[in-house]
Design a binder for this molecule. Structure first.
Ligand code: KIV
Length: 272
């Protein structure tokens, strides 16, 4: 267990709401594979998100749109096997829940049955109301996602900050209230002004989790590859890099290549 939390109890959606009530910030990171998920869980993270950002950082796509439900299930199965304490939440990928609430339920059921995750996340507000209702009616916990919703990138045309104007901010506030009323247990707010996050966090009783949405949310989330500096090319203002793994890994691999070429690896002690 990490030095930060001694609490080894499994994190549940109810415990996240209690954390908001007592003012304890919620930590959340993405993970997509067994090894990374075990490290993140052992470090005391509260929520592991199997994000559809897997499409970018694992598969090299320029958007989250191509990742499929089967692929998300594969990533989530690996993560779930590793995680003991954190709540595991899985993104429903683009095209698996919008427009048809029966299909949305069947996508969510597949995630829950085939991965053992404890919750799913969906992007959008009023437009996906029916899907949210139907999934919740089956007892599947949902985390919402408002603001910059990367699955709608072709509608937005840019990854710039959202809800800067009054009309979009008002819609976001209404959507946040709607998601809470429907029964979602939390909402990710992505790339919106900090003061708007503050208002939403104060008005809602469920936790808000920020990515690029400032300090006033009830928790924070980052993509693990970004915060560990594995991606060198992605450096938005909101990102804090906690390591430079790109350099560390590249130097280690260069060292290995040299040792192999020089006949220095393996040595006698490393041989049978
Ligand atoms: O897919 C993802 O990683 C996400 C986070 C950015 C919140 O949705």
């Amino acid at each position: 267990m990490s030095t930060y939390t001694e609490d080894t109890r499994k994190v549940t959606t109810h415990r996240l709401i209690e954390m908001k009530q007592r003012g304890e910030k919620i930590s959340m990171l993405t993970a997509y594979d067994y090894s990374m998920a075990s490290i993140v869980d052992a470090a005391g993270i509260d929520v592991v998100l199997v994000g559809d950002s897997a499409s970018n950082v694992m598969a090299g796509n320029s958007t989250t749109l191509p990742v499929t439900l089967d692929q998300m299930i594969w990533y989530a199965q690996s993560v779930r096997k590793a995680v003991k304490r954190a709540l595991v939440c899985v993104d429903l990928p683009f095209g698996s829940y919008q427009g048809n609430s029966k299909e949305a339920l069947s996508s969510a059921v597949r995630i829950m049955k085939e991965t053992g995750a404890e919750a799913i996340k969906v992007e959008g507000g009023k437009e996906i109301k029916e899907s949210v209702e139907r999934i919740l009616s089956a007892g599947i916990p949902i985390m919402g996602h408002l603001g910059l919703t990367p699955q709608s990138i072709n509608k937005f045309g840019t990854y710039a900050v959202r809800a800067k104007d009054e009309a979009e901010a008002q819609k976001l506030i209404e959507d946040a209230h709607l998601l809470e009323e429907l029964g979602c247990f939390g909402i990710v707010l992505e790339k919106i002004p900090a003061q708007l996050t503050k208002r939403v966090a104060e008005e809602l009783t469920i936790p808000t989790i920020s990515i690029g949405a400032g300090p006033y949310a009830d928790g924070q989330v980052l993509v693990i590859h970004d915060m560990l500096g594995i991606n060198k090319d992605f450096s938005p203002r909101f990102l804090r890099r906690y390591a430079d793994l790109h350099t560390i890994i590249q130097e280690a691999v260069e060292h290995y290549v040299k040792d192999v070429k020089d006949g220095d690896f393996p040595n006698e002690k490393e041989s049978y």
